[in-house]
Write a protein that binds this ligand. Structure first.
Ligand code: GAR
Length: 214
C-alpha cells in the first residue's frame, strides 16, 4: 500500500466537487488517494465519476434504515477500504455520533455559503433571498450539528446586480472547486488540527492567505 493518505468521499448528487478532488488526487506527487466513493443515492452521477476514474463506487441506501444503522454501514465500508479521512462532497445526510466517533475531526465538508450564515440546504438560495452583497463557500470539519463544525477555510464571491440564483450558484461552485481540493491536500499532509473547538492549519506564513481564499 502507498503512504498516501486514504480518503473516502461521500456524495449524493452530481459530484462536481468529487471530480475536483479526483483530478487533484491524480496530479503528480499528490498526498491523498481516494480509496472509495459512497453514495446513498444509486443514481448519483458521482458514482459514475468514481467508476470512470477506476475508484471503487459503492451504493448504500438509507431508506427505511435507522440513522445509526446506515452510519454503521458507511463506517464499515470506509474501514474496509482503509480510509483515514472522509470528504463530504454534496452529501445530503446528517451524520450521527456513530459515524463521527469513528472519524473524529477527520471529516471535511464543503458548504455553499459563508458559515455560520445560511447553514443547512440551499445555502446559495438562502443568501440570494437575503439580499447579501457578499457570500461564498466554507470548508469545515464536521461535528454533530448542522454545518456547525470548526471552520478550516473560506472564500468570498460578490452577489452581482444581474445575478439570478443560478448564476450565483455557479460562481460559488467554481470557488468550491478551488477551496475543497486545497483543504483536501492540507488534511492529507497532516496540517489540519482542532484545539478548543477551533481549527488550525499549519501553513508557512506566505500561504496563510489561502485560508480566506485570497
Ligand atoms: C455543492 O454546492 C455543495 O457545496 C453543496 O451541494 C453541492 C454539491 O454539488 N453541499 C451542501 O449544500 C451541503 N450542505 P456537487 O455534487 O456538484 O459537488
Amino acid at each position: 500500500m502507498s503512504d498516501r493518505t486514504r480518503f473516502g468521499v461521500l456524495v449524493s448528487g452530481s459530484g462536481t466537487n468529487l471530480q475536483a478532488l479526483i483530478d487533484a488526487s491524480m496530479t503528480d506527487g499528490h498526498p491523498a488517494e481516494i480509496a472509495v466513493v459512497i453514495s446513498n443515492n444509486e443514481e448519483a452521477f458521482g458514482l459514475e465519476r468514481a467508476r470512470q476514474a477506476g475508484i471503487p463506487a459503492v451504493h448504500i441506501g438509507h431508506k427505511g434504515k435507522e440513522r445509526a444503522v446506515f452510519d454503521q454501514e458507511l463506517v464499515d465500508t470506509l474501514v474496509a477500504h482503509g480510509v483515514e479521512w472522509v470528504a463530504l462532497a454534496g452529501f445530503m445526510r446528517i451524520l450521527t455520533p456513530t459515524f463521527l466517533s469513528a472519524f473524529h475531526n477527520r471529516v471535511i465538508n464543503i458548504h455553499p455559503a459563508l458559515l455560520p450564515s445560511f447553514p443547512g440546504t440551499h445555502g446559495q438560495k438562502q443568501a440570494f433571498a437575503a439580499g447579501v452583497r457578499i457570500t461564498g463557500a466554507t470548508v469545515h470539519l464536521v461535528d454533530s450539528g448542522t454545518d456547525t463544525g470548526p471552520i478550516v477555510a473560506q472564500g468570498a464571491v460578490p452577489v452581482l446586480e444581474a445575478d439570478t440564483e443560478e448564476t450565483l450558484q455557479q460562481r460559488i461552485l467554481s470557488l468550491e472547486h478551488c477551496l475543497f481540493p486545497m483543504v483536501f491536500r492540507w488534511a492529507a499532509e497532516g496540517r489540519v488540527s482542532v484545539t478548543d473547538g477551533r481549527a488550525s492549519v499549519d501553513l508557512p506564513e506566505g500561504e496563510q492567505r489561502f485560508l480566506w481564499g485570497a
